[in-house]
Design a protein around this ligand. Sequence first.
Ligand code: G6P
Length: 614
Amino acid sequence: MCGIVGYLGARQAYPILIKGLHRLEYRGYDSAGIALISDGGILNLYKSKGKVADLERFAEAKDTSGTVGIAHTRWATHGEPNDLNAHPHYSQSRSLALIHNGIIENYAVLRLELESKGYTFRSNTDTEVIVYLVEYIRDTDGVDLCTAVQLALQQVVGAYAIAILSKDDPDCIIAARKSSPLVVGIGEDEFFLASDATPIVEYTDRVVYLDDGEIAVLRRGEPLRVVDLHNAPVTPVVRRLAMNLSQLEKGGYPHFMLKEIYEQPQTLLNCIRGRINIEGTSVVLSGIIDNRERILSARRIIIVACGTSWHAALIGEHLIEDLCRIPVEVEYASEFRYRNPVILPDDIVIAISQSGETADTLAAVELAKSRGAFIYGICNVVGSSIARATDSGSYIHVGPEIGVASTKAFTGQVTVLSMLALTLAHEKGTVTDERFTALVRELQHIPDHITQVLKQAPAIADLAKTFTYARNFIYLGRGYNYPAALEGALKLKEISYIHAEGYPAAEMKHGPIALIDAEMPVVAIATTDSIYEKTISNIQEIKARQGKIIAIVTEGDTAVRSIADHVIPVPRVAEPFAPILASIPLQLLAYYIAVHKGRDVDQPRNLAKSVTVE
Ligand code: G6P
C-alpha cells in the first residue's frame, strides 16, 4: 500500500528518493510522485500514473535538483489512479507539498468548509484537504508550519502518515503519524524518512519509529525533534536495524517470490534457532515463558489475522486444540473488530501479521486490549505497530518478505504456532513426553524436508504449463491440510488471476461438485494422515466426474497415484506439520502458472503487501 520516502541532507535528494520508491514498489501502488525544493529555492512537484519508471521518464528533462524532498507511491482509495490524484499535493498557493498514507474519514466536511472559504480543490483525494487546511491555519493564525500541522491534525479524523515540505522553510520536513507507519533514519547530518525501513537500510542502521500522535521535525543542522499534537516534547528512541541490503535484492532469482520460496529451509532454521535445543528435547518461546501464568490460565484463545496470516491462524487452531486442549476461535480481524465480540479478561488474543501494520489486525488488537484480554503477537517486521501494541509475542525471523504473495512468512508463522502449541502443551502436560519429543524432532527436520520438496521445482514448472490456460481451479484438503488448500488457492488467485477456491474435501458434495467437469483442475492434498482414506473417497468422487486431479501425496503413496492425473510427492511427516510441506509445491505451482501467463508475479495488480487502510 502507499509508500513514503523523504530525504534531507547534503546529497542530491532525487536519486535517493527514486531508489527509495523502487524499494517500496513491493507494497503495491498505482501512481508515484515527488516534490523537491530545488537548488534555486523552487518547490517542484512531479507525478505520474503507473510505475516509478514512468515517473522517472516524466521527470527526465526537468529540474530535479535539491537536497530536500519527499516522494510517494499511491494505492488509490479516494479517486481513481491518475496523474491528478497522485501525491504529492500542493496547497492552494503551491507553497506547501504533502504526501499521505491512510484515509481521512472527515475529509468531505473539511473540504466543504474550505470551499466555503473560497478554496478550490484540484483532485478527488481525501489527502488534499490536509495540505489546504495546514496552509489555511498557517496563514490565518499566523503560526509556524509545525504548529499549523498540529492544529490541522487535531481536526482530522482518520489514519495518516504524512510528510510536508514548505517552500518558505526549505531546511525542514515535518512528518506525522497516526495508525500508519513512519520511520525516521538518522545519518551523519542527514535524515531519511520512510513508511518502512527498506529505503533507509543502505544509508543508516539508526532509526526512530514514530508512535501514534507524534510529529517529527527534521531540520538541517539540528537533532531530530519529536513532539505530540499539543507540542509536548517526546524523547525519540533510536533503534538499530537488523535488516541488511542483500535481503532486499533478488540475489540472482528472476522474482522475489521465487527467492523467498527457496529461502524457506534457511528461514525456518532461523525461526527455530535458539528456541529448540540441538537435542530436540525442549522448545522455549520466551514470549510464552515470560508470561507463563497468564497464558497457561487462558480459558480460550482467539486468533485474529487477515489474508495468508488468517490461513496460518487456522492451522494454529488445529495445533493448539490438538496439542493443548484449549478452545480456539479464528477470526478475520476486519469482522472481529466490528461485531462487538465477546472478549473475556482471561482470553488470550493472538494477532498474526507478517507486516505488523495491517490496519484491521491492529484495530482488532486495540479492541481486545480495551476489553482486558492479553495480546500475543506473531509478526515478522521487527518494531512494527502490531509488535509494539501487543503484551508479548514471538517474531518469526524470516527476513524481509518483498513478494506480495506471502510464502516464507506463512511457513514461518506456522512454525512459530507449532512451537507455541508445543511449549503450551508441555507446560500444561497435555501431550506425553514421547509425543512431545517426537514432534519437536520432526519440526527440526522440516527445513531438510523442504529442501527435498524444492528439488521438484522443474517438474512442477512443467506441470504448470499444462494448466496455464485453466480458468478455474479447486483446491481440496481435510483436517490440518484444509487451510493449506485455502492458502494454495489464494496463491494462485493472487498472482495468476485464475479463479480458485479452496474447500474441505468432504464439503464438495454440498454444492461445488456441480462445477466439476473435464475442464476443471482439482488440486487435492492427500498426504497419509488420520483421514487419508476419507480424502481418497472424496478424490474418487471428483474422478468419477472427469475432474483433472493434481494430488500432493506422501512419498511412497500408491493409492492416490492410481487415481490422480498428476502427483507431487512430499516427505512423510507428523500430521501437524503436513501443511508446511504441502504448501511448498502449491507455492511453486502458483508461481510457475503465473510466470507462464506472463504475470507481474512480485507486484500483482490491485494488491498491496502491507494493507494500512481498513
Ligand atoms: C495483504 C497481503 C497478504 C497478507 C495480508 C495480511 O493482503 O497481500 O499477503 O497475507 O495482507 O498481511 P499481514 O502483514 O497482516 O500478514
